[in-house]
Write a protein that binds this ligand. Sequence first.
Ligand code: PFF
Length: 454
Amino acid sequence: MAPSNRTSIHGTWTGRWTFILAAAGSAVGLGNIWKFPYMVGEYGGGAFVLVYLICILLIGVPIMIAEILIGRRGRSSPANSMEYLAKEANTFPQWKALGVMGAIAGLLILSFYSVAAGWAISYVFEDFGGESANYYGEKFNLFLQDGSQLIFFHSLFIFITAFIVARGVIKGLEAWINRLMPILFVIVVLLCIYATQTGAFLEGVAYLFRPDFSKINATVVLAALGQAFFTLSLGMGAIMAYGAYMPAKQNIGSTALSVAFLDTTVAILAGIAIFPIVFANNLEPASGPGLVFVTLPWAFVNMPLGVIFGKLFFVLLSIAALSSAISLLEPGVAWLVESLKTNRFIASGILGLIAWTLGIFSALSFNILSDFTPLGDRNFFDSMDFLSNQVLLPLGGIFIAIFVGWVMKKNNVLEELELKDTLILRIWFFLLRFISPLMVAIVFCSAVFLGVVT
Ligand code: PFF
C-alpha cells in the first residue's frame, strides 16, 4: 500500500530532514525554554518531568501522527484537508470547521505569543549589569508598565514572522528553518556546557530527574498533560499544515517520534542549562513565569562571561519563538491563499495585521488595560492564553483523534501510514481512539469547569 499521490499547491519540502526540522521548529518554542523550566520549578521537579514524559508518549505522539496523516493525505491547508477527507470518508462536510477553528486558534496564540517573544528580544539588548537581586524584578515590572516598548517589540516580531511566511514554503519557511534550527541546537548545547561550570550542575540535574512521588497529584498530572499538548503544537493544525508539504515516501510514525524526541530533548536541555545556574546562585527554582526574565538575569550578572551567555540565552529564546510563530500563521495563510486565490504576501499581511491588532490589547493588558478582564479575572493576555491553550487546542485535539480514530476508513489510514495491521499499529490505534480523547477531555473539563489548571 502506498500513500496518496496528491501534491500541495504550496510546494513540498525539498530536504529529507526538512519536515522533521520544521515540525521541531514549531514544537520547540517559548513552551520549552520559558514555560517548561518554570513549570518544573512550580510543580516540584522530577515528579512533574516524569508525568510529562508519559503524556508526551501516550497522548502527544499518537495525536501528532493523526495530524500529520490528515495533512499529508489532504495535501492542503488544514481547513481544506479536513473538507477533502470528510468527503473521502462520506461524512459531514462540517468537519471542515475543525481546520477553520485551528486557523483562528493560531491567530489568537500568535497575538499574545508575540508579546512574550518581544520580551525575549528586548533582553538580547540587556547588559546584565544589575546591582541587586531585586533589580531585575523591578526592571521587568517597569518594562511591563511601558506599553509603547511592549508594542514596539511585538510589532517587530509579528513583522518578521509575517514576512517569512509570505515568502512561501520553500523560500520562506524551509530556508529560515534550515538556518535557525542548527543555531538553536548549538546554543542549547553551549548553554548546557556552561552550566557544567557553575559548581551546582549535579544539584540541577538531580532536581530534574529525581522524582519525589509524593508530589504527584491531580494538578500536576493536568498541568503536565496541558504542557505536553502545547509544547508539541498539537490541536490547531500547525503540524497538519506542515504535513501537507511532506514528501510521500517519508514514514509518518517514525517522523512523529523524531519530532517528539527533539522537542523533549530541548526542553530537558533547557532545564539542564537553567537549574544549575539557579542553584549555584542560591535562587528560588519555583519563581514562576519570572524565572527566566527575573531570576536568571541576576544569576548571569554574577557569573564569569555572564554577559555573553546571558545574551545567547535570549537569542535562543527569540529564535525558538520565531520558528514556532511561523507555524501559527501558516494554516490560516495557506487557507486564504487557497480559498481567495490570493497571493501569500496579501494573505500573510491580512492575518499578520489581525494578530498584531489583537496583540496590542495583550501588550496593554499589563498597563493601561489591566482592569479589562474578558474571561473571569484574567487580563486580556491571560484570557487569550486560556481560550487558546485550555479550550481551543484540547478541543481540536479531541476531534482530531476522533476523526482519524473513528471516522476515517481504516484502509485509508493504513494506506497513508504505510503500515500493515501490526501490533504497533494496534497500540497506536487504541491510544488514539480511547486514551488520548479521554485524557484530553478530562483536562479540558477540569480546566474549563473546575479551574484546576490555570
Ligand atoms: N509549541 C510551541 C511552544 O512550545 O512554544 C507553541 C505552539 C506553536 C503551540 C504552534 C501551538 C502551535 F500550533
